[in-house]
Ligand binder design. Structure first.
Ligand SMILES: Nc1ncnc2c1ncn2[C@@H]1O[C@H](COP(=O)(O)OP(=O)(O)OP(=O)(O)O)[C@@H](O)[C@H]1O
Length: 732
């Protein structure tokens, strides 16, 4: 196996010829890779992108086989890099000065100023120009100091690899973020994530250990602690039933991590099971700060409401709040607590309308005073004529009372009643027996990410083999793993970003906010005047339906069909969900699409047999709640219709007001990811319409899939002719 250039390692539309050429050219072979491991080599390894030589340390000489020659440029400055000896990112000296001892040397052009120093320190100029603040004081890690192992995850914006740090021997996760055309706005959003991660330092928050920024590539790698599991994955293990001490252990760690984030002025804004990583010692760390933002509790700043995965999204965001705080994360935490206790997601809405309806039914609707005071953008439309009564205690009557008491606080309909992470940690839930178990006493689970990667690899190999043998149209399936996990719609901002990606717009996850490093002292992010959620948001006639992670081809179909699909994960992860439906995340498998609705209801049924609490009667409460739903839905929908038509009549007035908070003006009307006006005028018809549109999308996707399989088969045969010896394992 050759070494790979990570620039091309996961590139779609990869070209065998190019790869071959690069392999030949790439004499910068590092240490001999083991059987299935590859050394991560970026284009700038051993040589600057200006082609000039670098002097290298003795230790690096051992692994670099390319002879170096000096081209004797005039303007040179000796830059001495201190080798990385710890797992932590090296801190740059202010003058990028001379360090003694074990050293590596570089000769580079040095522009003036801080940016110049950063470039001299090895950062690419496209990054220093936009994200100078985020990388301040750090030196980049070298790509060739890591050995890429498996691909372990695929996010909306990133691919995540397991890798070995060759300098420490430690296993790490490399989150690779690629920037289309090095778009400055996307880079700025990445910078925000980096800046936030650097601000955080807590055992229950994932640690950013370094950055790799290859000069010749438009990607950036975040070096993170490697974590074997996520809570969603563990919850989806068949038969998995967490005990009360285990649930307390997870919740305690989550709340401690959150308390730290909030105390450092950071809102996570996407708390869900798949973003809670767990290592082999049972330590939980909050991860994925891609939607996180800085906030200042005393200074109001407008933020986008289009964040947080739908099932975990608090009512104020669904109602369009643009001024909010820690309470949004506490709501999501409440949803997770209930989900762990109940054994299934408690409010799996498919559209924003449905989500809000589920919330009101369970948690009651806000008080008159709240509606009046909060002046939420969508209050006119969503305020029910008759208030909904809170029935949390009845529905979850089987929960232990300290758990129910905490849940009651976390799922307070009005955000100011949710308390804080610190106050939650003081509640009886954590002090009464049985107390939280020690993380180290949690069961040891097999490393699921590696297992997944191997299964995916195996599946890909089998498909390739089948394609070569001319059986390309048959899909080889393995039995889905039983799971009670079900997907959740992801944060709408991410969906929006994916739509923007397809429209060749800049990619930020939360497009209505702009990252301004100067505001990162806690003043938060602001709404971009021309890129507010509503202003350039998507408008559609169909519902937002949930099935997570169908990948680009699915969302493309969706766009064509004018249905909005949100990629995403619930506590039951996308990964688990995709296993169930035998599709790798990012794929657009038909069985997934057609199985979508059935799978959900099947999952729901299955979950009742797994759940400890349901065994004790919770399912009854649920079904009581469900049976009341249909008539309520109709009433609710009729009510919305009335409200909507009157609110549209008031368009001018409302729009004027809302445009200041990121919501529509008359010209740019409010757009929702769920339908406010179901075509048939009631909820049941809206759901029927859902199904119809899903089926249409499925049919189109089937045609597409057949086409792409044919192309794939032809390509595979062609490659087999070109490279007869190749085993197809061309890297992650
Ligand atoms: N430190 C880590 N160790 C192990 N796996 C990780 C780590 N960080 C992320 N992953 C895995 O990689 C996947 C994608 O990571 P992440 O969620 O950070 O990316 P993203 O692009 O922000 O994704 P999303 O679309 O969910 O927002 C997830 O499944 C996660 O479990």
């Amino acid at each position: 196996m050759g070494c790979i250039n990570s620039k091309e390692g996961d590139t779609a539309g990869y070209n065998g010829n190019q790869r071959e050429k690069r392999l030949r050219k790439s004499s910068r072979r590092l240490v001999a890779p083991s059987r299935r491991e590859e050394v991560l080599v970026e284009a700038d390894s051993g040589r600057g992108n200006d082609g000039r030589e670098r002097l290298i340390s003795k230790s690096q000489e051992n692994v670099l086989s390319t002879p170096l020659s000096s081209d004797g440029e005039k303007e040179k400055k000796l830059v001495i890099e201190k080798p990385i000896t710890s797992s932590h990112q090296r801190h740059a000296t202010s003058d990028v000065g001379v360090n003694r001892g074990e050293q590596s040397l570089r000769i580079l052009n040095v522009p003036n100023g801080i940016e110049g120093q950063q470039i001299a320190a090895g950062w690419p100029s496209w990054l220093t120009a936009v994200a100078g603040e985020a990388i301040k004081g750090w030196l980049p890690r070298r790509a060739d100091s890591f050995e890429k192992l498996d691909k372990i995850g695929q996010g909306t914006y990133s691919s995540v690899y397991k890798a070995r740090d060759l300098e420490t021997g430690k296993i790490v996760a490399l989150k690779k973020v690629r920037f289309a055309n090095m778009d400055p706005e996307s880079v700025r959003f990445m910078a925000r994530e980096i800046h936030i991660l650097r601000r955080l330092d807590h055992p229950n928050v994932v640690k950013l250990e370094g950055l790799i920024a290859p000069r010749m590539s438009s990607s950036l790698y975040l070096v993170l602690e490697y974590m074997d599991h996520d809570l969603a994955g563990l919850a989806s293990i068949p038969g998995q039933k967490f005990t009360e001490p285990q649930i307390k252990c997870f919740m305690q760690q989550l709340l401690r991590g959150l308390e730290h984030c909030h105390s450092r002025g950071v809102l996570h804004r996407d708390i869900k099971g798949s973003n809670l990583l767990i290592d082999t010692n049972g330590i939980l760390r909050i991860a994925d700060f891609g939607l996180a933002t800085f906030f200042h509790p005393d200074r109001k700043q407008p933020l986008t409401s289009r964040v947080v995965t739908l099932w975990y999204r608090p009512p104020e965001l669904l109602l369009g709040a643009t001024e909010y705080g820690v309470a949004v994360d506490l709501w999501s935490t409440g949803c997770i607590l209930a989900e762990l206790l109940a054994g299934r997601p408690i409010m799996p809405g498919r559209t924003e309308v449905e989500q809000l309806h589920k919330i009101f039914k369970l948690c009651g609707s806000p008080s008159e005073e709240y509606w009046r005071k909060s002046r939420l953008p969508h209050a006119t439309i969503f305020k029910p004529q008759h208030p909904y009564k809170r029935c949390l205690a009845e529905v979850f009557k089987e929960f232990p009372s300290p758990a129910l008491a905490l849940l009651d606080v976390l799922l307070a309909i009005e955000p100011e009643h949710r308390g804080t992470a610190a106050s939650a940690l003081q509640t009886k839930f954590f002090t009464t027996i049985p107390v939280a178990c020690d993380p180290s006493s949690l069961p040891k689970y097999p490393p699921s990410k590696e297992l997944d990667a191997k299964l995916r690899e195996e599946e890909a190999r089998r498909q390739r083999a089948a394609a070569i043998k001319g059986r390309g149209h048959e899909s080889i399936r393995r039995e889905p793993r039983d799971s009670k996990a079900v997907p959740a719609p992801d944060a709408n901002a991410e969906l929006q970003a994916s739509l923007q990606k397809r429209q060749a717009l800049p990619n930020p996850k939360s497009s209505s906010e702009i990252y301004n490093p100067e505001e990162d002292t806690g003043s938060g992010s602001s709404i971009h005047p021309s890129r507010g959620t509503a202003q350039n948001g998507y408008s559609h006639s169909g519902p937002l339906i949930h099935p997570g992670a169908f990948g680009s081809s699915w969302t493309k179909k969706v766009k064509e069909d004018e249905i909005q699909m949100a990629p995403g994960q619930a506590l039951g992860s996308t990964r688990a969900y995709m296993q169930r439906l035998h599709v790798p995340k990012g794929g657009s498998d038909l069985s997934t699409l057609s199985g979508l609705v059935a799978a959900r209801s099947k999952n729901d049924r299955e979950s009742s047999t797994h759940s400890h609490w349901q065994e004790q009667g919770l399912s009854n409460s649920y079904s009581q709640l469900d049976s009341a739903e249909t008539s309520e839905k109709q009433e609710w929908t009729h009510h919305l219709l009335d409200r909507q038509s009157s609110s549209h009549k008031k368009g001018d007035k409302m729009g004027g007001k809302e445009s200041t908070t990121g919501y529509g003006s008359k010209k740019h009307r409010i757009h929702y990811s769920g339908p406010l006006m179901p075509p048939g005028g009631n909820f049941d018809e809206m759901l029927k319409e859902h199904e119809k549109q899903i089926q249409q999308a499925v049919r189109k996707a089937q045609v597409d899939k057949a086409k792409s399989k044919k192309n794939y088969s032809e390509k595979a045969q062609f490659e087999a002719l070109l490279f007869p010896g190749r085993n197809g394992n061309s890297g992650v």
